[in-house]
Ligand binder design. Structure first.
Ligand SMILES: [Zn+2]
Length: 225
């Protein structure tokens, strides 16, 4: 997790309003025609990266994030990340993917961030744990305001209230549950660089989470800010 809270302008890039808003309405209509099929995964909603990863969106994210990953602070011009996953989610890393995801937030400015490849594809991925999973919003008819996400939001939360660093090793401030959850999937390069200093608890979970990234490191890809 970045130590710096991301300050975004409240005004989204125009493409998210001009194309994203009508596209979201179409996704919601489509879902309403066959909710059971989208929940079982026999049908999948098509979400357009030409909108959420439009050049103007990428440029705006690069600017507000100072070319850094929203999770690990590494310098990147990486992927557009959906904080609430668009196609499906997992409460725990070992869980199967539950569909659909938060399709109605696929073009929502406050749900979009820029993340490096390892964080977006392997570490955070579709993980989106809630303190009370039974309160999860499962469609656009539910209110995400009832959710208590365990991962810190890169804009709405102040990371220093939940995560601190002793030298390079992350720890949860005052035992913050959200700090613990975010630390496990959001501080990859800091954690890996200090693997022998990692706290023993949860190490197996972290090792599973980071195995893909570890393989990348062994192949010689440097992980530096
Ligand atoms: Zn990252």
């Amino acid at each position: 997790m970045s130590l710096i809270r991301i300050i975004k302008s409240p005004e989204p890039p125009a493409v998210l309003l001009e194309r994203g808003v009508p596209a979201t309405a179409r996704l919601c209509e489509e879902y309403d025609r066959a909710p059971a099929d989208y929940q079982s995964g026999t049908k999948r909603l098509v979400i357009s990266d030409a909108i959420y990863a439009h050049r103007s969106v990428v440029d705006a994210l690069i600017s507000v994030q100072h070319r850094k990953c929203c999770f690990c602070d590494r310098k990147t011009l990486g992927d557009v990340e959906h904080f609430r996953p668009k196609q499906g989610f997992r409460q725990r890393l070992s869980d199967p993917l539950t569909r659909p995801g938060y399709y109605w937030l696929a073009y929502e400015w406050n749900n979009l961030f820029m993340a490096c490849g390892p964080c977006n594809q392997r570490l955070k991925g579709n993980l989106f744990p809630l303190l009370q999973p039974e309160r999860r919003a499962r469609s656009h008819r539910d209110d995400i305001g009832h959710e208590e996400p365990l991962l810190l939001h890169p804009r709405d939360d102040e990371p220093s209230h939940h995560i601190g660093f002793r030298q390079e090793v992350a720890f949860a401030v005052d035992g913050s549950v959200r700090g613990q959850a975010t630390r496990r999937c959001g501080t990859p390069w800091r954690m890996l660089r200090n693997s022998r200093a990692c706290p023993g608890q949860r190490w197996d979970e972290w090792r599973a989470l980071s195995s893909s990234l570890g393989a990348t490191l062994k192949r010689g890809t440097p992980l530096r800010r």
